[in-house]
Structure formats: C-alpha cells, structure tokens
Design a protein around this ligand. Structure first.
Ligand SMILES: *[C@@H]1O[C@H](CO)[C@@H](O)[C@H](O)[C@H]1NC(C)=O
Ligand SMILES: *[C@@H]1O[C@H](CO)[C@@H](O)[C@H](O)[C@H]1NC(C)=O
Ligand SMILES: *[C@@H]1O[C@H](CO)[C@@H](O)[C@H](O)[C@H]1NC(C)=O
Ligand SMILES: [Zn+2]
Length: 392
C-alpha cells in the first residue's frame, strides 16, 4: 500500500478556483488494464522533458515574454505588481484569451470532468452511458498510463477526450520547453491509446496566461476553461469543512438561472474521487432538466481532435487492439520511440506527487485580495477548506 502524505492546513479562501491533481482518497478497485503501451513514458506527476523534435515547433514562433512565475510555498503564481495583469492571466484576474473556450451557447451545458481516468471513472462512464449523455474529459498523462483501458472506454463511449497536462502543475510556473513537454507527452499517450490526438487542453487550476497560450497554439492546442465551478474536489478533500449539499445547491442555482442566463455553461467536476463521482451522478439530472447536455467542443462547434473530421471507433480489448498512431494526425515526430525514463507510477513517485499536489491544492485557490476577479466562475467565495491529513 502506498503511503500517502497530505498536508494539514486550514486556509481561508477568498476564491476557490483550483482542484487537486492526485488521489486524496484511493483504495483502488480498478480492473486490470489490458492495453500495453509501447511508448516509454516519463514518470507520472513529474514535469517531463520534451523530445528534441517537439522543441522545433516553438523555434520560430513569437511567444509572449511573460515571467515564469514561482509557486512559493504552494501559494500559486502571484502577480509581479499587485492588481496588474499585463499577460491576461486567468489566475490573477479571470482573464480569458481570444481563443479560450469557457462557455456554451444559451440553452446548452457541457459537463467536464478533470484529473482522470481513475479507479472511480468507470462508475461515471456507466452512468453517462445509461443516460446517454456525452461529456468532456480532461485527462492527466500519468493517469492515462495507469488506466489506459478506461481512457479508451471513455473515447469509445463518444465522450470528448482532452488534455490536462502530464504532471498537473501550474502552467505559468513552467518554462516554454516544459510546457511543450507537458502537452506533447499528454497528447502522445492519449493518441497511443485512442488513435486520436486531442486539440484541447485545460490548464490545471485554470492557470494560464498569454505565454502559455502562445506555446500551446504553436503546437496546435487551445484551452478550455469553465464558467461554473462545483468545487467538488473540496468536498472530497474534507467533507467536514465543505458541505456536500453546496455542490447540489450551486448546481440547482445554475439550473434555476437557465431561463434568464444569456449563455450556457461549462462546469468543472472531477472523476478522481469516489465522492466527486457520486456528486456528478447526483447533479446531472438537475442540469439536464434545464439544459441540453453536450460536450464542450461540440457546443462550441469545434473539432476536438487533430486532423480528423470524424472520429474512428477503436477496437480494444487487448494489447493487440491498441490503435496505432496515424502519422498524419499528429506531428510526425511524436511517434518516434525515445526512452526518457522507464519508471511509470512507481510508489515513491506517486507519493511525492500526492504530497506536492495536495499542498498546491490547499493554497492554489487563494487569489490575492487585491486582484480584480472578473470570471463568472467564482462560486466559492469565502470558503474555509481544511485539507485532511492521512496515511492511507
Ligand atoms: C515576430 O515578431 C516580430 C516583431 O514583432 C515580427 O517582425 C516577426 O514577423 C514575428 N514573427 C512571426 C513568426 O510571427
Ligand atoms: C473492429 O471490429 C470489427 C467487428 O468486431 C471488425 O469488423 C473490424 O475489422 C475491426 N477493426 C479493426 C481496425 O480491427
Ligand atoms: C455554493 O458553493 C459555495 C462553496 O463553493 C458555498 O459557499 C455556497 O453556500 C454554495 N451555494 C449553495 C446555494 O449551496
Ligand atoms: Zn486538475
């Protein structure tokens, strides 16, 4: 059993934006995975190194010269000058870039689930199949390596698959080269498992600015943020401090506002915890009464995969069924087998990631009181969250 380290902290949040990127509560009842990956992937939850050929993609591109911010003591990136946001930084001001997607048209709603696939994902997939609702899943690279069968199942069910980076770090704290690695490794594993290369990503914690947008655009990727945040992860992290009924309460409020709202929604949930999966199943019918539920790419009328107008259905029940990359659909270099690091999901790597992600999650949400926050996603004002400490 993996020792999991959690940070005990009480944080008064001025706004809740973020969510953790690792398992707070595990105890996997995961089915054995049958897909055998050929590529050798970097360790889960560690910032990876880019293949040299990927770096060519940003060589002759103008990239905004925003600072590489520091995540000091897990407090998340902070503006250089309080109250100023020269690079359209969502963390600082809720700023959206021109190409960012973050809402649906009036009457439509996109359910989006981050941080999976996990051992709890199949329960959500089953439910979505049962009610015949398609959603968008933002998958973390290392989680796809751990649960490739689940990623493929979500894809074959007709859900949209998108990226949530490799290591689940704040993207504005990464160098341009690290951003390339985070996205391209994430793309590659989804591509190896499903046969399609995603075009969309969600920055962990919503942390994005124009530098990150420029690097991503040079690789052919665009961001999807959200305009409604359930803060479901906070309930999973500490059900004593964060009331489960707040999730339902907020969703009900959003549903009740459907008639008067000028736009539709993209909501943020997580399929990383048993509690958030249960909440997701509970609240879906509330939204479905008032909105047409469609995935985020579809409601925005965009192609969510590269180089394809129709999505092939992969056959996969065994390693033999892993869909191989179609050379045209992804940068040709992406399929070259280059060994970076042989460790995948080693217990110590997972524990370290848990520790890092938990501490980040605790403080990630604190937006400086001086920041002018304009995003419609601020549903969690004034919440106190206690991140539980546990040895699992
Ligand atoms: C980059 O910016 C410079 C200065 O604004 C401009 O001259 C150049 O054409 C740009 N290059 C590209 C590839 O957009
Ligand atoms: C997928 O499965 C179907 C039916 O089982 C079969 O007809 C088809 O040839 C398979 N496709 C591939 C690419 O293996
Ligand atoms: C919505 O969630 C926030 C915490 O994110 C909570 O403070 C608030 O009471 C909730 N609203 C409802 C109507 O439950
Ligand atoms: Zn996340």
């Amino acid at each position: 059993m993996i020792q999991k380290l959690f940070i005990l902290a009480t944080v008064a949040l001025t706004a809740v934006h973020a969510h953790p990127g690792s398992h707070a509560i595990a105890n996997a009842a995961a089915a054995p995975q049958t897909i055998k990956l050929k590529e050798i992937y970097p360790p889960a939850f560690a910032i990876p190194t880019a293949k040299p050929e990927w770096l060519e993609l940003i060589k002759d591109v103008n990239i905004t010269k925003a600072p590489v911010y520091k995540n000091i003591n897990g407090a998340g990136p902070q503006p250089e000058v309080a109250g100023q946001d020269p690079y359209c930084d969502w963390t600082f001001t809720g700023c959206f870039g021109k190409e960012d997607l973050y809402e649906c048209p009036k009457g439509q709603w996109a359910l989006t689930y981050d941080d999976g696939p996990s051992e709890f994902s199949p329960k959500l997939y089953d439910y979505l199949d049962q009610v015949n609702v398609k959603a968008t899943f933002f998958m973390v690279g290392g989680q796809v390596v751990q649960f490739p069968d689940y990623a493929l199942r979500a894809f074959k069910s007709g859900h949209e698959l998108a990226m949530h980076t490799w290591s689940h770090n704040y993207m504005t704290t990464l160098t341009n080269e690290q951003i390339v690695a985070e996205l391209k490794w994430n793309e590659l594993v989804i591509k190896e498992v499903t046969g399609v290369a995603p075009r969309y990503f969600r920055p962990p914690y919503g942390d994005i600015d124009n530098r990150v947008r420029d690097v991503a655009a040079a690789l052919g990727f665009a961001p999807i943020i959200w305009n409604h945040d359930t803060n479901d992860w906070a309930y999973a992290s500490d059900p004593k401090a964060f009331k489960e009924s707040w999730i339902d309460g907020n969703v009900t409020k959003w549903a009740n506002a459907a008639k008067t709202a000028t736009v539709g929604g993209i909501s943020l949930e997580h399929d990383l915890y048993t509690q958030t999966v249960d909440a997701a199943i509970r609240v879906l019918p509330i939204l479905q009464k008032e909105y047409e539920l469609v995935p985020a790419g579809k409601c925005n009328n965009v192609q969510v995969y590269k180089g394809k107008t129709t999505v092939p259905v992969a056959n996969a029940t065994s390693s033999a069924a892993v869909v191989k990359a179609t050379p045209s659909a992804v940068a040709s270099s992406a399929t070259a087998p280059v060994a970076i690091a042989p460790t995948v999901e080693a217990p110590d790597a997972a524990a370290a990631a848990d520790s890092a992600a938990s501490s980040a999650a605790v403080a990630a949400n604190v937006v400086g009181s001086g920041a002018s926050f304009t995003s419609a996603s601020a549903v969690g004002l004034g919440v106190t969250v206690i991140a539980a400490m546990a040895l699992v």
